[in-house]
Write a protein that binds this ligand. Structure first.
Ligand code: TLP
Length: 344
């Protein structure tokens, strides 16, 4: 079988030997009864890491986001989010489908909107003929914008606006670990400004499955019920929760290595005349770039032909995502492949 350098996503990582060992040895029980010691420990550890009262293990990032939105809203409510937010673009329309809510879209700069910008989108409570604004959602890092970080001062200002208007704040922190490692701001500090937080264990951290949601005890109590209603009540879940716990304990600080490799690749892309990249977006592990004189289909096919797998990014662009299963050597090889395909 041909060996590809697979940069389609950081979701494609496979558990290491050490991770598989803790999975094999995990103590388990029935988690629907809250009797799985490993899942309980993962939730306790994650809540502490995020500085929240409680946490809940869920199957995926989508489930995490959608449970949070469901708990925070009523049908007919509106969630303000950035126009390229994952909850709007890539979650199967589930805010409407599962919770009967709509999105109020605001265009940010490189995925980041300011408090000033969203102020006019908050609907007056007296306007009974409008949807009710209920939640402000922030994605950090922002996937479709190219792994960009939402600055903590900006989040603080948005939180103040939310408080003034009695709105909830939800964080899609699928890659909050990347934001934290790159900015030096603790995940706890980011999470402090949100009523609910969803973060992935199965992306940069390398676990095979699962996400964490966190918030107040009361919030998690309600989330537990919604998780069950969505079919997310798992039984001897310690088998996979152990991998998540291992990932949280061992794989956060190493993300800086992924960011370094992403910079290496970005430097190559930037020097190739037939490629276009906005270097200000190069902040963590995701690169979004375009070929000037080639269709997206051709570009993806020609890189694949040479052994490099890329995915589709925002409209018409390519995406490369660095993760723990890509070595420095493979990153150099990926740079060479880009030079061969786009270097003329
Ligand atoms: N992102 C996936 C695809 O869905 C695009 C990827 O390959 O990047 N929030 C954010 C910001 C995400 O990037 C993702 C997954 C999710 C939520 C959903 O996580 P999962 O896939 O675990 O449901």
């Amino acid at each position: 079988m041909k060996q590809f350098i697979d940069l389609r996503s950081d979701t494609i990582t496979k558990p290491t030997e050490a991770m598989r060992k803790v999975m094999y040895e995990a103590e388990v029980g029935d988690d629907v009864y809250k009797e799985d010691p490993t899942a309980n420990e993962l939730e306790r550890y994650a809540a502490e890491l995020l500085g929240k009262e409680a946490a809940l293990y869920v199957t995926s990032g989508v489930m995490g986001n959608q449970i949070c939105l469901n708990v925070l809203t009523q049908p007919g409510d509106e969630v303000i989010c950035e126009k390229d937010a994952h909850i709007f673009q890539y979650e199967s329309g589930s805010p409407a489908w599962l919770s009967g809510i709509q999105m109020g879209l605001v265009e940010g700069v490189r995925g980041v909107f300011t408090a000033e910008q969203i102020k006019p989108y908050i609907r007056p409570a007296s306007a009974y003929y409008m949807a009710r604004t209920k939640v402000i959602e922030i994605e950090n890092t922002h996937n479709r914008a190219g792994g960009t970080i939402n600055p903590i001062e900006n989040i603080k200002a948005i939180n103040a606006l939310a408080k003034e208007n009695s709105l909830y704040m939800h964080l899609d922190g699928a890659r909050i670990w990347n934001a934290s490692v790159a900015s030096g701001v603790e995940v706890k500090e980011y999470a402090k400004y949100f009523d609910s937080v969803s973060c992935c264990l199965s992306k940069g951290l390398g676990a095979p499955i699962g996400s964490i949601i966190a918030g107040s005890k009361d919030f998690i109590k309600q989330a537990f019920r919604v998780r069950k209603a969505l079919g997310g009540g798992m039984r001897q879940v310690g088998i996979i929760a152990s991998a998540g716990l291992y990932a949280l304990k061992n794989n956060i600080s190493r993300l800086s290595e992924d960011h370094e490799k992403a910079k290496m690749l970005a430097a190559t892309i930037n020097k190739l005349e037939s490629l276009e990249i906005d270097m200000e977006r190069v902040q963590t592990n995701i690169l979004i770039f375009k070929a000037k004189n080639m269709s997206l289909e051709d570009a993806l096919a020609r890189t694949k032909e040479k052994g490099l797998l890329l995915s589709e990014g925002t409209v018409g662009s390519m995406r490369a995502v660095i993760h723990m299963d890509v070595s420095f050597e493979q990153t150099e090889k990926a740079c060479k492949i880009l030079e061969e395909v786009f270097g003329k």
